[in-house]
Design a protein around this ligand. Structure first.
Ligand code: GLU
Length: 455
């Protein structure tokens, strides 16, 4: 059975590269009826924070990337790591290294002076006696031969063992290091497919060697190409890269973000819009691109508007309600959010924008002096007549309102457009809104009449 895992380090927000990795792992496990595991790699005690762990969990929940096992925390596994290190020392696949900082520094300087790649020279590799004093534990990497593996995205990769030095697996304070803990956990969790960013590609031969030293078969590996900024450079904060939850703040729908992320590095013909079921059906590692993909903020906006208009209404309502609440807007007294989504979906690309432009459906309008300039002496009488006709309408419908608007304009010798804008300003406080008749239906008769009275 396929077992994938997403293994973020909680040293910052979950950024879109991480979210895409999580999505690919999730899709692959769902596609294969496998299991998806979440493992928090929090062994870097100085850089890991509780807030980052929470940000990861929140982002996974918001994106609905549900995991079958976990979250597991590496800091809960220290006894197990120690046990494996002891076993490796016993077996002779690892050794204690007593080299002082000074010795290692001198070695490094000499290697650099000789134009060699700095690496540990194996000084303690053949010590037979344990010694006094502080030590680290190093993995005894094979000295000869190559490590070869078939990357599920990149194809066959070969690394010479000579290029890999004896990596430290436990520091002098006994704490285990990254490449080692990953192997122990991938082994214990019986991970069959490791999918991760290709910035990890140089770690993979080291990890495979550790697996072999433990007499275990390594998992399959798939290294996902990086995400680039729009200038073709590796994505970073400079490009405005932010955590996943910032996308929620900015008014994006989870489904839009997922659809966007999946296409950053994967395609299925020229299809752009995918339901989750389609993604599960079509996703495959063999169609993940080898080349890095660049972000495309315009496309994300386009997708978001698509999902606002055609996506899951309950989801959109939930996000819109959240945005309105953040703006302090009480939605109890006003039109149903589904109607607002229908009316505003054509003209807003994010739910943040939609919320900001929907205040007048729920609250009294405040009007700037500039807006009041719309109410000219020519318009004011027309607004009075309109108000009377609206109050007499037997049904408060779009069609009825439209007729009244038209009739009023005609009776006053005005073009409809000339009347419509001041009416819009009177009932919404601004010049931008959905079609006026729809807007007025949603605002409701009482509020419309009150607002016209204030002109
Ligand atoms: N914890 C690593 C990171 O966040 C990922 C390790 C892995 O997937 O093997 O970059």
């Amino acid at each position: 059975m396929v077992r994938t895992r997403f293994a973020p380090s909680p040293t910052g927000y979950l950024h879109i590269g991480g979210a895409r990795t999580a999505l690919y792992c999730w899709l692959y496990s769902r596609k294969t009826n496998g299991r998806f595991i979440l493992r928090i790699e929090d062994t870097d005690l100085e850089r890991s924070t509780k807030e980052s762990v929470q940000a990861i969990l929140d982002a996974m929940a918001w994106l609905k990337l549900d995991y079958d096992e976990g979250p597991f925390y590496q800091t809960h596994h220290f006894d197990r790591y120690r046990e494996v290190i002891d076993e490796m020392l016993k077996q002779g696949t690892a050794y204690r290294c007593y080299c002082s900082k000074e010795r290692l520094e001198a070695l490094r300087e000499q290697q650099i002076a000789n134009k060699e790649k700095p690496r540990y020279d194996g000084h303690c590799r053949h010590l037979t006696q344990t010694q006094e004093g502080p030590f680290v534990v190093r993995f005894k990497n094979p000295e000869e031969g190559v490590v070869e593996f078939d990357d599920l995205i990149r194809g066959k990769l070969v690394f010479a063992n000579q290029e890999l030095d004896d990596l430290i697996i436990a520091r002098s304070d006994g704490t285990p290091t990254y490449n080692f803990t990953v192997v122990v956990d991938d082994m214990d969790m019986q991970i069959t497919h490791v999918m991760r960013g290709d910035d990890h590609i140089n770690n993979t031969p080291r990890q495979i060697n550790i697996f072999r030293a433990l007499n275990k078969t390594p998992p399959h590996y798939a290294h996902i190409p990086m995400i680039l900024g729009s200038d073709g450079k590796r994505l970073s904060k400079r490009h405005g890269a932010v955590g996943v939850m910032q996308y929620r703040e900015d008014g994006f729908l989870p489904q839009a973000l997922l659809n966007y992320l999946v296409r950053l590095g994967w395609s299925h013909g020229d299809q752009e819009i995918f339901s989750m079921d389609e993604l599960i059906q079509y996703f495959d590692l063999s169609s993940v691109n080898r080349a890095a993909a660049a972000i495309n903020p315009e496309k994300l906006l386009w997708l978001n508007q698509h999902y606002i208009k055609h996506g899951d209404v309950a989801e959109t309502m939930k996000e819109l309600a959240w945005q309105l609440e953040k703006l302090g807007i009480n939605t109890n007294d006003g039109p149903p959010l589904t109607e607002i989504i229908k009316a505003q979906g054509e003209r807003t690309k994010t739910l943040k924008e939609m919320a900001e432009r929907s205040r007048y459906f729920f609250e009294e309008v405040t009007m700037s002096d500039e807006m009041k300039l719309h109410f000219t002496s020519e318009i004011k009488p027309a607004l009075k007549i309109l108000r009377e006709k609206l109050s007499e309408l037997s049904s408060w419908s779009k069609e009825a309102i439209h007729e009244v608007l038209q009739a009023t304009a005609e009776s006053q010798g005005l073009k409809l457009g000339k009347l419509a804008q001041p009416v819009r300003v009177a009932v919404t406080g601004g010049t931008i809104s959905p079609p006026l008749d729809v807007t007025m239906v949603l605002i409701g008769r009482d509020r419309v009449l009150e607002r016209l009275d204030l002109v």
